[in-house]
Design a binder for this molecule. Sequence first.
Ligand code: ZN
Length: 273
Amino acid sequence: MLPEDAPWSLKKRSGQWLLEYINDGEISVVLFGRGVLTEIAEGDPEKLGATFFETGKFPPLAAPRQEHGRNVITVDEKSCLPERPEGDALFLDRPGYFGSLRFADCFPIVLCGRNPRRWISVGHSGFVGSGMNVASAMVSTVSGTLGPDALDGASAWVGPGICGNCYGRKEDDPWTTWGMKVFPSEYVILKKKEVYFDLSGIITRQLLESGVCESSVFEVPFCTLCRKDIFYSHRGKDEYSNFLLARLLVSGHNSRYWWENDNSDNNENAKFE
Ligand SMILES: [Zn+2]
């Protein structure tokens, strides 16, 4: 069972798993997990766009080349397809524009608020990106663009990604040594020549240290490897990716897309473990 007050929803509709972070008629952020649509698109953002939107109605969609860095791209006409700027996070405050990122074990970070106007920032934070603190770069971009009060009333989600019990790295790998230096020790566990990293805990702490209110940060408790039935996992040898799509709706004249309509008859809810 899902906790009844969970601040996200997970459902399967028409053969496609969907994790909805927020869908309130003004802000929509959803992660497409395992399913027919993600597989048809084969991880290619252009194909994904064509799969998701009717031909001829392809909206402006940003789909950056993800580099495991901390560059935050503002979504506007210059950063949308066919352009593919390099970056691992997006800042979006223009209704009508879409932002997208792809994940397979790395963690989605979703941040959104309404002060002084609606905005969304989404990020891709794996081992390297978390070490570079992409979360703090996202928060800095939000407050740098909209002012220090932009975080008032903001909400944040971390995950789903690979859990601390599954994400072991070889002790003698130089990147592991780097991780042990940059991450706080309470999120790092050494067992049997492998070092395990709790990336969800690390990212959550980074958000709090950047000024996001603790009661507004939610860790989505699904591991992409433990729950390969719902999500794609790089360590689970999947060649496809989970696909995150974010948009601000245009007030007054928006048609909702099929994944934004709540048609509970078609849903098959996930078991929560
Ligand atoms: Zn796991």
